[in-house]
Ligand binder design. Structure first.
Ligand code: MF3
Ligand code: CO
Ligand code: CO
Length: 275
C-alpha cells in the first residue's frame, strides 16, 4: 500500500485518474489472476515452522516460472517478492529467517507484473490453530473489504468507500489504519488516487467506469496508530495489538466492479482452524 503522502513514482504517476478500456481490463485480468494463483499456491506451505524467507522463495519461483515479474523485487530498495506481516505487523513485513508459529495470523501480499500490468492482492493466513479473537479480527477485516467493494460503481465517491469500511470496523470496536491506503493500479504500481479506508460519505473523487484501483483495509484490534521499525519498511501497531489486512485489485464497470484478483481456487478467504 502506498504511504498517504507518497510522492515518489512521480514520473509515471499522474494526478488525473486514468480511465481504461476493454484491452486494459484483459491485461489486469491476467495479472490479477496470476497474483491470486500465487497466494493460492502458498496455502499448504503456511504451516508452523516455515520461515518467511522460504515462502518468499516459493513465490518468487512461481512468479518467474509463469513468465511474470515480482513488482516488489526492485521496488525502492525492497528486495523480496512478498510482504509477510504476522500478528501485530500491520504491513510491509520483510521475509527473513523468522519462522511462523502455531496460532499466528499473517498477511501475505504479492504484486506481479504481467505484460506491464500490476496484479496486487493480499490475504490472511492462519498458522495451525488460531485463537477466537484472531479469527474474529480476520472475519471483520474481510467483511470490511466486502463492504467497501460493495459501494463501487460509477457515480459513487471515494469517501463513500472509506466511510463504509470505517463505520463497520468501528462498530465492531476495532480501528482502521490511517497511515497506509489503497491506490490506483495498472501499468503504474501505485498510481492516483489514494484510496483511504476511512472518510465521509459524498466526498472525494467520483468513480467512473474504467478506473482501476486497490482496496486494502488494515484493521487493528486496538488503536489505529502505527510505527515504523528501524528497517525502514515494517509497520507495526503502536499498542502491539493484532492487525489484519486483505486486498483486491478491481476495475469499475458500468454496474459495479470486477475483481481482478479473485482466487481461482476459492481460497481468498482462508479456512482458519479454530482452537
Ligand atoms: N503490495 C503492497 C501494496 O499493496 C506494496 C508493497 S511495496 C514493498 O501496495 F516494497 F513493500 F513491497
Ligand atoms: Co496495494
Ligand atoms: Co499489495
Amino acid at each position: 500500500m502506498a504511504l498517504v503522502d507518497d510522492i515518489l513514482e512521480a514520473e509515471y504517476r499522474t494526478d488525473k485518474i486514468k480511465v481504461h478500456g476493454p484491452e486494459d481490463f484483459e491485461g489486469m485480468r491476467k495479472a490479477g489472476r496470476l497474483a491470486a494463483e500465487c497466494l493460492d499456491m502458498l496455502v499448504p506451505h503456511v504451516v508452523p515452522g516455515v520461515s518467511t524467507a522460504e515462502l518468499d522463495r516459493l513465490a518468487r519461483e512461481f512468479v518467474l516460472d509463469h513468465g511474470a515479474l515480482p513488482a516488489c523485487l526492485f521496488y525502492r530498495g525492497y528486495s523480496h517478492t512478498l510482504c509477510i506481516s504476522p500478528n501485530h505487523v500491520v504491513c510491509h513485513g520483510i521475509p527473513g529467517e523468522r519462522t511462523l508459529r502455531e496460532g499466528d495470523i499473517a498477511n501475505i501480499d504479492v504484486t506481479v507484473v504481467v505484460d506491464g500490468w500490476h496484479g496486487d492482492t493480499s490475504r490472511m493466513y492462519g498458522v495451525g490453530e488460531v485463537a477466537p479473537k484472531s479469527r474474529r479480527l480476520v472475519d471483520i477485516t474481510y467483511e470490511a473489504l466486502e463492504r467497501g467493494l460493495a459501494m463501487v460503481k460509477p457515480g459513487v465517491r471515494l469517501g463513500d468507500i472509506g466511510h463504509a469500511i470505517q463505520s463497520y470496523v468501528e462498530s465492531m470496536r476495532c480501528s482502521v489504519v490511517r497511515d497506509f491506503c489503497g491506490h490506483g493500479v495498472g501499468k503504474v504500481f501505485h498510481d492516483s488516487p489514494n484510496i483511504l479506508h476511512f472518510g465521509h460519505p459524498g466526498t472525494g473523487e467520483v468513480l467512473k467506469e474504467g478506473m482501476f484501483f486497490t482496496v486494502e483495509p488494515m484493521v487493528n484490534l486496538g488503536k489505529h496508530q502505527v510505527k515504523l521499525l528501524n528497517d525502514g519498511w515494517t509497520a507495526v501497531t503502536r499498542d502491539k495489538s493484532l492487525s489484519a489486512q486483505c486486498e483486491h485489485s478491481v476495475g469499475v464497470t458500468a454496474t459495479g466492479c470486477e475483481l481482478f484478483t479473485a482466487s481461482p481456487a476459492g481460497l481468498f478467504k482462508p479456512a482458519i482452524q479454530g482452537a
